[in-house]
Design a protein around this ligand. Structure first.
Ligand code: 5CA
Ligand code: ZN
Length: 482
């Protein structure tokens, strides 16, 4: 119950809560003198690295190889795929000079790496034996975002941009890749205890140059959605522009089919927003730099025993592979609790003279703010069980929140009422025409996320499009978005 009261305030002032917590929890410093570019602080970077360690292991598991491309792309390469340029030209930073001289061929700072990678793919990919070809990198990319910038969420230097790029001998194999991306994404989401939905973007909002795009969205505390991952099937669009061909077994030369899969530090923003509460961060134990903090509560003049006991417990946990820290600072315990709660440490162990005597310890959970007394001899088991309990609780309460924010409606009036009330995602029948889709976006002052994916989930019968009155073919999702 205590936890619930706290989370209400978090949901009322989410935007301010978030901006403040980024700094107070030691994630980023926003005072760097370039708008939309922030500094990673050690604690924030450690959390992000733990997220990325999981991504690297997933890439390894699925046979993607890591590469690193330069950040600068010649204008001439950038301009090879028409839709891609049209989509990005208003968003790129240019390098026009070197020293005192203007460059003959101007350079752009990559907003994403298709146009950096694909002329090289055309040199590397020769035969069907080279396919499927699967690479990825985690790099900084640059986008001159014109919407309101926000740390981790909408930045102009995306400093932890993950991008996987693949090439295939057929459309079917590229489709298989998209299914693999979805599986990787699902495993990552479980690792972060984040429930999400997948939508197929409408044609007018797909990635520039893509045949189709899928987006993964989460529900933020204020009822707006945040896209935290995308998968795109390019078909042969880029292969034709960059001349990426392979020789078939029969000796024919065919263009490859390509896909990409992208994510960023928005993943960390999602973790902060979804699991956090009024006391600060709540980190899933999977990514917490410190999983357990041990706080000794010594009595005056009898400190040695309590400190020794605390260190002994920490040592045992460390040997069991748990990331643990003993807070031996000379300040009041209440002050220590406050600090570690703010930083989202999943488990706190409190030990005092009576615990030393009775061979016990107190385990405090960050997610529920509840305490439990455990036997000293069972400490490792108890901590592990608590971690599992935290992962389940974080996931379940977030899933309940997401599901309670998705509303099926039949009319524009009902949809409007949802956005006036608690926001969330509206699912409404749609004939499939761009005209009606755009009209609904305008009427609702919301964005169409797209249709539920996989496609079987998007089909409906017996309903009418609320704009034109024709038979509805799909369910379309609308939301106010970040
Ligand atoms: N080339 C494709 C796939 S790698 C691509 O760039 N797709 S994207 O534009 O959708 O970006 C991939 C992911 O990067 C998005 O899903 C989002 O999570 C993240 N992202 C995009 N723009 C920003 C931004 N300005 N700040 C933070 N993260 C961003
Ligand atoms: Zn219609």
């Amino acid at each position: 119950m205590a936890g619930k009261v706290k989370r209400e305030k978090w949901s009322e002032n989410f935007s301010e809560w978030y901006n403040e917590l980024i700094e107070t929890a030691g994630i980023q410093d926003k005072r760097y003198p370039v708008k939309g570019m922030n500094i990673w602080l050690p604690y924030g970077l450690k959390i992000m690295r733990n997220i990325e360690r999981f991504i690297h292991s997933e890439m390894e598991r699925t046979g993607h190889e890591e590469v690193l491309f330069p950040a600068l792309i010649p204008e001439t390469e950038f301009q090879k795929e028409a839709e891609h340029i049209a989509g990005f030209e208003g968003e790129v930073f240019w390098v026009t000079h070197a020293g005192h001289d203007p460059l003959d061929i101007r350079l752009i700072l990559r907003p994403t790496s298709e146009t950096a990678m694909y002329s090289m793919f055309s040199l590397w990919i020769r035969s069907h034996a080279d396919l499927p070809f699967k690479v990825y990198q985690i790099v900084n990319t640059y986008r001159y975002e014109t919407k309101h910038t926000r740390p981790l969420i909408r930045v102009r230097e995306i400093s932890r941009f993950f991008e996987a790029h693949t090439a295939h001998d057929s459309y079917e194999d590229a489709e298989r890749q998209i299914r693999e991306d979805l599986e990787i994404f699902d495993r990552l989401a479980k690792f972060l205890a984040i429930p999400y939905i997948i939508s197929k973007r409408p044609d007018w909002d797909k990635f520039p140059g893509a045949y189709y795009s899928l987006g993964a969205e989460i529900m933020m505390p204020d009822g707006r959605t945040l896209q935290i991952g995308t998968m795109h099937n390019y078909r042969q669009n880029f292969a034709k522009a960059y001349d990426i061909k392979y020789e078939t077994e029969e000796g024919e030369h065919e263009y490859v089919h390509q896909t990409t899969f992208g994510m960023s530090e928005r993943l960390l923003a999602a973790v902060m927003a979804i699991h956090g509460d009024d006391n600060g961060l709540v980190l899933p134990p999977t990514i917490a730099p410190i999983q357990v903090v041990v706080v000794p509560i010594p009595k005056k003049d009898a400190e040695a025993d309590v400190f020794a006991y605390a260190r002994e417990i920490a040592e045992e946990l460390r040997n069991a592979g748990i990331r643990v820290h003993v807070d031996e600072r000379d300040i009041r315990p209440g002050r220590k609790y406050y600090d570690w709660e703010l930083k989202g440490v999943p488990v706190r162990i409190e030990v005092g003279p009576r615990d030393v005597e009775g061979r016990k310890a107190v385990i405090a959970r960050r997610d529920t703010l509840t305490k439990e007394v455990v036997e000293r001899a069972e400490i490792v088991e108890a901590v592990r069980k608590t971690f599992d309990g935290i992962m389940d609780n974080l996931y379940n309460r977030a899933k309940e929140f997401l599901e309670s924010h998705i509303k099926r409606v039949d009319t524009i009036e009902e949809a409007k009422a949802v956005f006036e009330d608690r926001r969330g995602i509206v699912e409404i029948p749609w004939c499939g025409s761009e005209e009606c889709g755009l009209k609904m976006e305008e009427e609702l002052d919301a964005k169409m996320l797209g249709t539920p994916y996989p496609e079987e989930k998007a089909r409906i019968e017996g309903k009418k499009c609320p704009v034109c009155g024709r038979e509805a073919k799909f369910i379309a999702r609308f939301a106010r978005t970040y």
